[in-house]
Design a protein around this ligand. Sequence first.
Ligand code: 6GU
Length: 226
Amino acid sequence: MHIHILTVLPELLESPFNHSILKRAKDKGLLEISVHHLRRWAVNEYGQVDDYQFGGGAGMVIMCEPLVKAIEELSADKIFDEIIFLTPDGERLSQPIANQLSLRENILMICGHYKGIDQRVRDHFVTREISIGDYVLSGGELAAAVLVDAIGRLLPGVLNDETSALFDSFQDNLLAPPVYTRPEVYRDWKVPEILLSGDHKKINEWRYEEAVKRTQERRPDIIKDE
Ligand code: 6GU
């Protein structure tokens, strides 16, 4: 998979993809990430990419021209399966959306800033608009980093059996059960006996029950009635 990201703040995206699981995905050649500075397509020598909004009001809007030039240039040698605009008024990101996007080959993500981007780019180029939750960030960059992480870890070959995404919270509409590691007793806090029993059938039952209990307590909204 190749993900391109268009942004006015490429520095914000320097580190997030260079560690841990996403780094491994890149090193294995399963994921390529290209961050492009929108200023490369600025409308003048001052590097202008935004302007005041028609109708008045505070806040700048990213102009059509730099975005369209960037999209067309980046599209020259491939077809983007999705052109995603990260925006708080988009569809709220969920595990099913991440699963779906992980099956794509080429994705372009556009990070908004200031008041957003000219609506005409959304109307004519953007195929999907995504928000990462009901709160406002100062720009789309951190949201893009979240989306890339959620997608990248699902690519076949990125996770091994032990870290398999099949057991993630949300993947089966259940939150993950509690986990413990050594020592068996810390201060006077003991690890649940069952986990030390070596009885894997019992352990799996316990984990499932704990997952259900935790989900009922914390997120009854995600439990599916089947
Ligand atoms: Cl995608 N962008 C911004 N600016 N704020 C957000 C968001 C995106 N998702 C949630 N809040």
